[in-house]
Design a protein around this ligand. Structure first.
Ligand SMILES: Cc1cc2nc3c(=O)[nH]c(=O)nc-3n(C[C@H](O)[C@H](O)[C@H](O)COP(=O)(O)OP(=O)(O)OC[C@H]3O[C@@H](n4cnc5c(N)ncnc54)[C@H](O)[C@@H]3O)c2cc1C
Length: 404
């Protein structure tokens, strides 16, 4: 028996929930299939203490506020997952959980999805399976006495074996995990690559507010040359600027970008000072742009010259360590906070580029009726974030409605 539905949405994270809400508003019959629970990745792919990177007034759907949180606070990850689950149940969205789509193909004018509970045929399909699907671990480190995990498997300091920890990756995940570990009394090494590190707040406003004012959420593509630059921000401990000098002051040894591993020794590029300097440049450029915007628009916001004062460079930056004998340093755990890949191996359609990304224009593919939502830079910088996915889902639902 094949079940037939007008529009099938695959994935019940925020992007799938947003798509369902917009399809419902337009009266389009649809079904969302989620293999686990709604917003599962917020629950089981992220560490215990994680809070949203943006304040609760911002990191939400425009249609629904967090009911029990101070809007300026940062929602704990379980509260974020609960928010999406509650949103879905309040609106009675047609989401079927515990059902995995294992294959998607086109047959005639419709799509056929093979699922863990049977076949579904649909006129339209929206793929909402997430921007961060398959953990990436770039270097092979061998040695049975070293525990290795990706940041998606990290839970809390107590769950790690005794001993020092090397965290690889200076984006939000790596920097936040390293900070949590050093605060818990661990000896911590942190490998830092190219990164942006905007101020958490400036002149009384959170950086997400400034990104909105400066039009940065709506940027269509990354500035050339910055495609591999990660962003280090944090809502932890009430929210503070991710400053690698401050992490060094807390006791973390900073290292350059991780490279080859040989015979118990992990090597690091001699790029730490450059990465820190470029991160500082990014930080200061946000202050400059914010000041220029405030001036041009006559905003009455308190000036904050102290935000430009930087701590001195720590020794680990001026005299960097380029090779680390993991055993000699007592490193018992390596945490790879090195990002994710897409994984669309289950889709039998010729729409993928060599790097695994689907070909599309703002989420609309060349295969009529096939859409993607929630991917990084789908239509703009905000696309993989809660509120950006909401906007993209609205536009895609309008496209589906027009297609009929
Ligand atoms: C550590 C971390 C912190 C983040 N913090 C923030 C933040 O503070 N604010 C913010 O706006 N964004 C944040 N993001 C970015 C983004 O909001 C999240 O990644 C979010 O989970 C993306 O939502 P999504 O619905 O697009 O994808 P996902 O949450 O990944 O949801 C996809 C869903 O699809 C399901 N699925 C996958 N394949 C199938 C299949 N074949 N069949 C059925 N179901 C399937 C999965 O089980 C999953 O539930 C963060 C990301 C990370 C990694």
């Amino acid at each position: 028996m094949t079940e037939t539905i007008h529009t099938l949405v695959i994935g019940g994270g925020q992007a799938g929930v947003a798509t369902s809400a917009h399809l419902q508003k337009r009266g389009i019959p649809h079904l969302v299939l989620e293999r686990d629970r709604i917003a599962e990745r917020w629950r089981s792919w992220r560490w215990d203490s994680l809070v949203a990177n943006g304040p609760a007034w911002h990191d939400r759907f425009p249609d629904a506020e967090f009911t029990d949180l101070d809007p300026d606070s940062f929602a704990p990850k379980e509260a974020v997952a609960d928010y999406f689950a509650r949103f879905a149940s309040d609106r009675n969205l047609p989401i079927r959980t515990g059902v995995e789509v294992t294959n998607l193909k086109r047959q005639g004018s419709s799509f056929h999805a093979t699922t863990s509970t049977g076949m579904i045929a649909a006129r339209n399909v929206v793929v909402a399976t997430g921007p961060f699907q398959k953990p990436v671990i770039p270097t092979v480190v061998t040695g049975s006495d070293i525990t290795q995990l990706h940041s998606n498997g990290y839970r809390n300091p107590a769950a790690l074996p005794q001993g020092a920890v090397l965290v690889v990756g200076g984006g939000s995940s790596g920097a936040q995990i390293a900070e949590e570990l050093v605060r818990a009394g661990r000896r911590v090494y942190l490998s830092v690559g190219p990164h942006d590190r905007p101020p958490r707040r400036y002149r009384g406003q959170d950086f997400v507010w400034w990104l909105g004012k400066l039009g940065k959420w709506d940027m269509k593509a990354p500035t050339p040359g910055t495609e591999h630059v990660t962003i280090a921000v944090s809502g932890a401990y009430g929210g503070h600027t991710m400053d690698f000098r401050r992490l060094a002051e807390l006791g973390i040894t900073l290292l350059g970008r991780a490279g080859k591993y040989h015979d118990g020794v992990l090597h690091f590029a001699d790029d730490l000072a450059t990465n820190i300097a470029n991160g500082d440049r990014n930080y200061l450029s946000v202050l400059d742009e914010a000041d220029a915007y405030a001036r041009a628009n006559g905003l009455d916001l308190p000036e904050e010259p102290a935000a430009r004062a930087l701590l001195p460079l720590p020794d680990c930056v001026t005299t960097p360590t380029l090779a680390l004998d993991l055993k000699r340093e007592g490193i018992a755990t390596v945490i790879w906070a090195t990002g994710f890949q897409l994984d669309f191996g289950w889709i039998d359609l010729d729409i993928f580029q060599k790097d695994g990304r689907p070909r599309h224009q703002d989420g609309v593919t060349e295969v009529q009726g096939l859409y993607f939502v929630g991917l990084p830079w789908l239509s703009c910088r905000g696309s993989a974030f809660i509120w950006g996915a909401w906007k993209d889902a609205d536009r895609l639902a309008a496209h589906i409605s027009a297609r009929g």
